[in-house]
Design a protein around this ligand. Structure first.
Ligand code: AMP
Ligand code: MG
Length: 328
C-alpha cells in the first residue's frame, strides 16, 4: 500500500525495485510531486501518460541526480546549458536541450528536444541517485488539474494507479519549474516557474524572454490548466470588496486568496492570506484544493506584484482562471 507518513531513505530501496520493474513511483520535489517512471522503459512511460490522462504529444521532464548525467541525454552541451545547470541545479529549472539517441521519443512527445532537471529535494535525489537511471516524471495529477504539493494530494488524485507514493512533506517551492528552451538562437522561457526570469538573465548576461516556439511544447502553456472545480477570478486589491460583494449577492460561495496587506471582505466565506510571494507560491495549489473541498463556487485571487516569483504565480492564476473548453 502507498504510504502517507513522511518517508525516509529506507523506502528508497522499494521505490528503486518498483521503478526497475516498470512501476510508477510518485515522489516529492521542491516544486510539486512527480509521477516517476524509468525514462528508458517504453511500457512504464506509456503508463504515465495513461494514468495522467495526458495526450501523448505532451512531453515529460526527465529527472537526473547530477548535472553530469546530462551528457548522456544530449549530443551537445551549449555554454548556456552548462552555466545554468551549474548555477541552478539542483533547483526549479528545467533545461530543454537537443535530444540524444538514448532518449525515447515517447518521453519527448516525438520532439527532437528533451527537457531535463535535477530536483532539489533530499528524497528525490536519494531516489535518483540509488536508481542510477533517468526518471521521466510529469506532475502527479490528472492532466489539466491542480498540481499536487503533498503526498495526500497524489493519493487523492491517482490512488491505486500509482505503485508507491514517497512522502517528503509539503513542497517548499510549490510551483512547477521554470522551463527554458536552449535549442534556438536565443534562450526562451516556455513556462515561468520557481527560478525567476530576472535570475536567468543575470546568469546568462543577456535579457531572457518568455514565449512559445510552437504550440504543443508545454501543456502548462495551454490557456486553461492548473484548474480547480471552482471558478477562479483574478482581481486587483482595490476592486476586491465590490467583486466579492457582487458575487455573494448572486448567491455564490466566495473564497479569497490574497497577500496579507489586503483586507479580506466580510462577504467572503473562506480565505487565505499569505505573507509574501514565496508563501503565496507554496500555498497556492493546496488552497485551490481546500476551497474545492469546502464547496466554494468562486475563488477570487489578488495576485502578488508581477516581478520575480510573482510572475509565475500570476501565470498559474491566469491559467486556472481561463475559460475551460471541455466544460463549454
Ligand atoms: P508537468 O510536470 O505536468 O508540468 O509537465 C512537464 C512540462 O515540461 C510540460 O509543460 C512539458 O510540456 C514540458 N516539457 C517537457 N519536455 C519538453 C520539451 N522537449 N520541450 C518543451 N517543453 C517540454
Ligand atoms: Mg502538470
Amino acid at each position: 500500500m502507498p504510504s502517507l507518513s513522511p518517508d525516509g531513505p529506507d523506502r528508497i530501496g522499494e521505490a528503486v525495485r518498483l521503478l526497475a520493474s516498470g512501476g510508477l513511483v510518485a515522489f516529492p520535489t521542491e516544486t510539486v510531486y512527480g509521477l516517476g517512471a524509468a525514462a528508458d522503459d517504453p511500457a512504464a512511460v506509456a503508463r504515465v501518460f495513461r494514468v495522467k490522462g495526458r495526450p501523448t504529444a505532451h512531453p515529460l521532464i526527465v529527472h537526473i541526480a547530477k548535472a553530469a548525467a546530462l551528457t548522456a541525454l544530449t549530443p551537445e552541451l551549449s555554454e548556456a546549458a552548462e552555466r545554468l545547470a551549474e548555477k541552478f541545479w539542483p533547483g526549479p529549472l528545467t533545461l530543454v536541450v537537443p535530444r540524444g539517441a538514448a532518449v525515447l521519443p515517447s518521453v519527448t512527445g516525438g520532439q527532437d528536444t528533451v527537457a531535463v532537471r535535477v530536483p532539489d529535494h533530499p528524497l528525490a535525489l536519494a531516489l535518483l541517485g540509488a536508481f542510477g537511471r533517468p526518471v521521466a516524471a510529469p506532475s502527479a495529477n490528472r492532466f489539466g488539474g491542480v498540481s499536487p504539493t503533498t503526498a495526500e494530494h497524489v493519493q487523492r488524485d491517482l490512488g491505486r494507479a500509482v505503485d508507491l507514493v514517497l512522502d517528503g512533506g509539503a513542497c517548499t517551492v510549490g510551483l512547477e519549474s521554470t522551463i527554458v528552451d536552449l535549442t534556438g538562437a536565443a534562450p526562451l522561457v516556455l513556462r515561468p516557474g520557481g527560478v525567476p526570469l530576472e535570475a536567468l538573465s543575470d546568469a546568462l548576461g543577456e535579457t531572457v524572454h518568455e514565449g512559445a516556439r510552437d504550440e504543443l511544447r508545454a501543456p502548462g502553456g495551454l490557456p486553461s490548466h492548473y484548474a480547480p472545480e471552482a471558478r477562479v477570478l483574478v482581481c486587483e486589491a482595490n476592486a476586491l470588496d465590490s467583486r466579492v460583494a457582487e458575487l455573494a449577492k448572486l448567491g455564490a460561495r466566495v473564497a479569497v486568496l490574497a497577500p496579507a496587506e489586503v483586507p479580506v471582505p466580510g462577504a467572503a466565506r473562506a480565505s487565505l492570506v499569505v505573507a509574501d510571494p514565496s508563501a503565496y507560491a507554496r500555498a497556492l495549489y493546496a488552497a485551490l484544493r481546500d476551497f474545492d473541498a469546502q464547496g466554494m463556487d468562486v475563488v477570487v485571487a489578488v495576485p502578488p506584484p508581477a516581478s520575480g516569483l510573482g510572475h509565475a504565480i500570476l501565470d498559474r492564476l491566469s491559467r486556472a482562471a481561463a475559460p475551460r473548453p471541455e466544460s463549454d
